[in-house]
Design a binder for this molecule. Structure first.
Ligand SMILES: [Cu+2]
Length: 118
């Protein structure tokens, strides 16, 4: 299934850093069925995906230096894993964040929400 195994993540406010590890449990190579994990405000998601599709696989389907991206892994293929760590201070209480895969066409299914704990 082309899904993340979590549909929502709550980041504890007390943490300084938060690390996400993505494991690609499929078998297809990254060129055909690559996945990544990207975090942004929910409002920025569509724009990041659109710009990333133009950037292409060579840039991990993320426009270089896209300031809207809070954190992202590289695009990985079957059997691989990748991690990203971000500062919890980058998140605002009450703001809506989304995580998604920026491989073209994947975010409709590969999508979830992230928030800061109260
Ligand atoms: Cu994907």
């Amino acid at each position: 299934m082309m899904r993340f195994n979590k549909s929502s993540i709550v980041v504890p406010k007390a943490c300084k850093h938060f690390k996400v590890t993505l494991k690609h449990t499929g078998t297809l190579p990254r060129t055909a069925m690559g996945h990544d994990w990207v975090l942004s405000s929910t409002a920025d998601e569509a724009g990041i995906i659109e710009a990333g599709a133009k950037a292409g696989l060579g840039d991990n389907y993320i426009k270089p230096n896209d300031k809207r991206v809070i954190a992202h892994t590289k695009i990985i293929g079957g059997g691989q894993s990748a991690s990203t760590t971000f500062k919890v201070s980058a998140l605002k209480a009450g703001e809506s964040y989304s995580f998604f895969c920026s491989f073209p066409g994947h975010a409709a299914l590969m999508h979830g929400t992230l928030s800061l704990s109260k």
